[in-house]
Design a binder for this molecule. Structure first.
Ligand code: SAH
Length: 251
């Protein structure tokens, strides 16, 4: 397995490990029309240090299984959950998203922000489906092209990083083909990338490099992040994260 020590070091003190925002998580809760009067069983997959998990716990009457394959992130999530008085609603699970130990029809809702790309959108939504009750909701955010064409260097960059990057119409088609009924889609605004994710990360670069003795590996990580940020700053009209809200069909 790859050595994640440096990535953990760079990201574990962050509020979030990917683009997103509280207002946007709340918008998705509304669009999914999650029933606040009923006790819900929710899995938050690729939860990181819990940006969405904590909000779901605060907003809903729910038991949430918080899944991430990095226990270091789950430890941070648990401390935050205790601080916010919601630890009793959250069960951390250190496990890879492609080998989840869940039972069929165990969950009312599957949530995943900025993480499904790790196994691929189609593989994720298709393999997680059996864990949802019929009529259950899946809410995922996924990097998405905002138009049908884009500059070739941008296309080449993201196809190398994540070949499944595509338009919303394609992603919605994949949901339909796998037995979901798409109910809502919206795009993360720019501040979810810049103010909520990239700026705080940039502010950690100097200390990160210092802590790691200016090592070549640490520098390579910072350079890759800087490259991704430069791409976003130049080309953010062409891509963002899309939030997808879909219902597992009863049939
Ligand atoms: N949902 C969080 C984190 C997004 S970053 C947020 O929005 O802030 C993606 C997360 O997926 C990271 O925490 C990473 O550790 C986790 N991850 C990556 N590959 C994974 C895998 N195979 N199984 C489970 N989690 C994984």
């Amino acid at each position: 397995m790859k050595d994640y020590k440096l990535l953990i070091d760079l990201h574990k003190t962050a509020a979030r490990q990917g683009p997103g925002g509280e207002i946007e998580t709340k918008t998705a809760i509304k669009m999914a029309r999650l029933d606040r009067s009923r006790h819900l069983k929710i899995a938050d997959i690729g939860c990181g240090t819990g940006a969405s998990t904590l909000l779901l716990a605060q907003e809903l009457n729910a038991s949430i299984t918080a899944v991430d394959f990095l226990p270091e992130f789950l430890d941070v999530l648990q401390s935050k959950a205790r601080l916010h008085g919601v630890a009793h609603k959250i069960t951390p699970l250190a496990c890879s998203m492609d080998s989840l130990p869940f039972s069929d029809k165990e969950f009312d809702t599957i949530w995943s922000e900025g993480a499904i790309y790790n196994m691929g959108f189609e593989a994720g939504i298709s393999s997680w489906k059996r864990f949802l009750k019929p009529g259950g909701m899946i809410i995922v955010s996924e990097i998405t092209w905002l138009s049908s064409t884009r500059p070739p260097d941008l296309q080449a960059y993201w196809e190398k990083e994540y070949p499944e990057i595509d338009t919303a119409s394609s992603k919605i088609g994949i949901l339909e083909r796998h037995g979901y009924s798409p109910e809502a889609y919206f795009v993360l605004p720019k501040h979810c990338w810049i103010e909520n994710y990239y700026r705080p990360m940039q502010n950690r670069f100097v200390d990160f490099l210092h802590r790691n003795g200016q090592s070549e590996q640490a520098k390579a990580i910072v350079d890759a992040e800087k490259n991704e940020i430069a791409m976003y700053e130049k080309y953010n009209v062409y891509y963002s994260y899309g939030f997808y809200v879909a219902k597992k069909l009863e049939a």
